[in-house]
Design a protein around this ligand. Structure first.
Ligand SMILES: C[S@@+](CC[C@H](N)C(=O)[O-])C[C@H]1O[C@@H](n2cnc3c(N)ncnc32)[C@H](O)[C@@H]1O
Length: 235
């Protein structure tokens, strides 16, 4: 990891793996709708499927793998800080008809090796970085995008007028009320993880950081409560 990078993510979400898997399968974080939108964006831009892809914080690729089997890239590189996740991703991605590389790496370091990609994708990871590292992320992503490339960023974002404290309170109230089928211990483990590791920003701040890095946001993305897909290309 870069020495100057501060990553709020210190734990292993994959210690919470069974719980996270339930959250994804029950679609509490809108993975289904967001991944449909990601698939649509890939199809719209790369009809022929001939694109190189970098997936930052790929996790186990459980959600992304089926999309990639329908819209196969020319090459796939996934990076993550969790070896458990990377082992699961290797299994989930093994039938992709393209070269697949998986690496234990921090997302910012993975953007700094001089390689460019047609698609940079990151889903529910950026909120782990400190605010200034999010700005650095956009600078590095802009440099790592090939001409005509697109950055697909899925993440939680707080409302414009919400402090982080308010956000945590509202998000946890919602989990308590609507995330049915999770035990007390599972919900408490989620609260602990989110309280210590999640630093979502308002969408406008991310948009300003991206703009300062020379990226333009594409219009038309629909929010799902605090969960968004934002698409960017080089201005
Ligand atoms: C909530 S999971 C998301 C996994 C998957 N992308 C998804 O959408 O389901 C967050 C993942 O990001 C990884 N992660 C957290 N901080 C990271 C960083 N700075 N660089 C690379 N991976 C990171 C975690 O290990 C975890 O696998």
């Amino acid at each position: 990891m870069d020495a100057r990078v501060t990553n709020a993510y210190s734990g292993e979400i994959f210690d919470l793996w069974d719980t996270y898997k339930k959250v994804v399968v029950k679609d509490f974080m809108f993975h289904a709708a967001l991944s449909e939108e990601v698939e649509r964006a890939l199809r719209a831009r790369f009809r022929g499927g001939d694109f190189s892809l970098l997936d930052l914080g790929c996790g186990d690729a459980h959600v992304f793998a089926p999309i990639l089997s329908r819209v196969p890239p020319a090459s796939y590189k996934g990076v993550d800080l969790s070896d458990t996740a990377l082992a699961l991703a290797a299994e989930n991605l093994k039938s992709l008809p393209c070269p697949v590389r998986l690496a234990h790496s921090d997302m910012l370091s993975a953007l700094a090796d001089g390689v460019t990609y047609d698609v940079i994708h990151s889903s529910f990871v950026l909120h782990h970085l400190a605010t200034e590292d999010k700005a650095e992320f956009f600078h590095r992503a802009a440099r790592a995008l090939a001409p005509g490339g697109v950055l697909l960023l899925v993440d939680t974002m707080r409302e414009e007028n919400e402090t982080r404290e308010d956000y945590l309170k509202h998000y946890f109230d919602w989990i308590e009320k609507d995330w049915t089928g999770l035990s007390r211990a599972e919900k408490d483990a989620i609260y602990e993880h989110v309280s210590t590791s999640d630093y979502p920003e308002p969408l406008s701040l991310l948009e300003r950081q991206a703009q300062a890095a020379g990226l333009e946001r594409l219009a038309g993305d629909i929010p799902h409560r605090w969960h968004h897909l934002m698409r960017f290309e080089r201005a």
